[in-house]
Ligand binder design. Structure first.
Ligand code: SER
Length: 339
């Protein structure tokens, strides 16, 4: 008998750490963790199996189809926005072909199982593209279907993969005998920038938020690569994990769209700096904007409208800006760096 499992790709990444730790502590799912890097030791006890491998390796994915009954996939692996600009075609392969491989795996699994496999896909505010800072500053909360002209390869990849998921869920092999059984159950979140106390992201453009905090906590000087007035939506990692799991659990009939915005708070870089100073008065931050990274964040909305997620599946973050620092980030980060 094949074992029923949840597959998490990009397991060693920022969201992977948060999700595996949470699910592992709940202890009621068999996690298969896939990452191109060896999985961190601290995550291994939570996983039934850890696989070091590439989502572009179709033989590897094929073997997984045979070995496991994959009920849900959290496809977290991707190359983030800044890093993707250094090698856009490689990023495209990993972000798009990698996702296509996982979608194909999900379809095969669904056919074997005679029921849809859930496919949870984290998209991003990078899927938006606002033409200028003036326009950005004039907008209120941006809805899912607005401003969809991303200026980064990562943003294009995310937006396209949202469509790929929708295609595989609703339009792939429409002539199959029982499409309702063989198609996948694709659900997608558009995340804002994420801040975790346990990990720092690599290669993203919202990274100045977490980097500022992690540098201050280690007493290191930090050069912030955006202007102080730069404003982006952010979310604390426990809320990101909560959003993924709430969307995973939501009754299918409640979902009125494939892609949902979720957000918590929208501070400027200067407000993040002041919040960091409140807890680490010795923090040394110099604002030294990097032209192309600044341009990327200037094309992302300052705030997004997550009212449909709130309506359809009861989304509500636990942490606002103050609470995220006071009750989650600061205690956990102090513990982390003193340990
Ligand atoms: N945090 C991501 C990045 O900056 C956006 O999803 O690339």
């Amino acid at each position: 008998m094949r074992k029923e499992v949840v597959l998490i790709t990009g397991a060693n990444g920022e969201i992977g750490h948060g999700l595996i730790t949470y699910l592992g502590q709940q202890g009621n799912v068999n996690i298969i963790a896939l990452d191109v890097q060896p999985l961190d030791e601290e995550l291994k006890p939570y996983c039934m199996r850890t696989i070091q491998g590439d989502i572009l390796d179709q033989m590897l994915l094929g073997r997984m189809v045979v070995e496991f009954e994959i009920r849900s996939i959290f496809h977290l692996a991707s190359i983030l926005s800044t890093k993707a600009e250094y090698n856009p075609e490689t990023a495209h392969r990993i972000n798009v072909e990698g996702t296509l491989n996982l979608l194909r795996l999900a379809v095969e699994q669904s056919q074997w199982q005679g029921q849809p496999v859930k496919f949870i896909y984290p998209s991003s505010i990078a899927a938006y593209g606002i033409p200028s800072l003036e326009v950005k500053n004039s907008l209120g909360k941006v809805k899912e279907n607005e401003w969809g002209n991303p200026i980064t390869m990562y943003g294009c990849n995310k937006l396209y993969c949202e469509h790929l998921g929708r295609y595989y869920a609703y339009h792939y092999r429409q002539l199959a005998a029982e499409p309702e059984k063989s198609s996948i159950d694709f659900r997608c979140l558009r995340f804002p920038g994420l801040i975790s106390a346990m990990t720092v992201p690599t290669g993203g453009t919202s990274d100045y938020g977490p980097e500022m905090l992690h540098h201050a906590a280690q007493n290191l000087p930090y050069k912030c690569f955006v202007r102080p007035d730069t404003r982006l939506p952010f979310m604390a990692m426990p809320d990101a994990v909560k959003a993924l799991l709430m969307l995973h659990e939501a009754p299918r009939e409640k979902l009125t769209q494939t892609v949902y915005n979720v957000t918590s708070f929208s501070p400027s870089a200067e407000e993040i700096y002041h919040m960091v100073l409140k807890y680490f008065p010795q923090a040394q931050v110099e604002f030294s904007p990097h032209l192309s990274r600044q341009r990327i964040v200037d094309s992302w909305p300052a705030d997004i409208d997550d009212s449909v997620a709130r309506q359809d599946w009861g989304w509500k973050p636990d942490y606002d800006f103050e609470r995220a620092f006071e009750e989650y980030l600061i205690p956990a980060i102090r513990q982390r760096y003193t340990a």
